[in-house]
Design a protein. Structure first.
Length: 207
């Protein structure tokens, strides 16, 4: 009787171990599948074009774009966004090229650039990051009132005026925005902004 009882205990223990292993394996598979879906549905790997966002992003630098960042919340001030050029939104065939700029003015605000500074709703905006002085004001020399779905964007390279200061470029509409530029791919790091030291260093050498 004792032998049968011990065998029964061992058998039950083996079943318990197998069951726990199966549960553990299923949990791992579920986590991997969820991670795969999140990465492939919510994030997108792409490359920057041009020097407009230097020294934050350099030409050809690979970045990770969060395409679901603004599904619930709206773009925030100083976010780096990726968007389609308004002239290319309805183009057929290949996907239009993405443009990258930093959000400065939000919907409904009044934006002006004067004395090398940014003014929002009549108050000077103290930027979080360090940029070169703004010499070219463009159409922002006069106060610009943004529509309820428009964003005023600037290049991080403030000497480059291919942004909302340029009448041909204009403001970015919410419908044009593809997502938020969250990370640099190589080396992997968060996309923030330039500081004073960034302008003292040379462009990173390609490896």
């Amino acid at each position: 009787m004792n032998l049968n009882f011990e065998e029964e205990i061992k058998k039950n223990n083996r079943k318990k171990i197998v069951k726990e292993c199966l549960i553990w394996l299923i949990e791992i598979i579920v986590v991997i599948l969820v991670a795969f879906l999140i990465v492939n549905v919510c994030f997108r790997r792409t490359s920057t074009i041009g020097s407009a966002m230097e020294p934050t992003l350099y030409n050809g630098e690979e970045v990770i774009l969060n395409t679901k960042a603004y599904l619930i919340f709206s773009p925030g001030r100083e976010d780096v966004i990726a968007f389609y050029d308004k002239e290319d939104v309805d183009s057929d065939g290949e996907e239009p090229l993405l443009t990258f700029r930093r959000v400065i003015g939000l919907p409904g605000e009044k934006v002006q650039i004067a004395e090398g500074k940014i003014w929002i709703d009549g108050k000077e905006w103290k930027e979080k990051y360090t940029y070169l002085p703004i010499a070219a004001t463009g159409i922002a020399e006069q106060e610009i009132t943004l529509g309820e779905d428009e964003y005023f964007v600037l290049c991080d390279s403030r000497v480059d005026t291919n942004d909302s200061r340029n009448a041909a470029f204009g403001n970015v509409k919410r419908s044009q925005i593809v997502g938020k530029v969250s990370f640099k791919y190589k080396p992997f790091s968060r996309v923030t902004g330039p500081d004073s030291k960034a302008y003292e260093t040379e462009k990173p050498k390609e490896k």
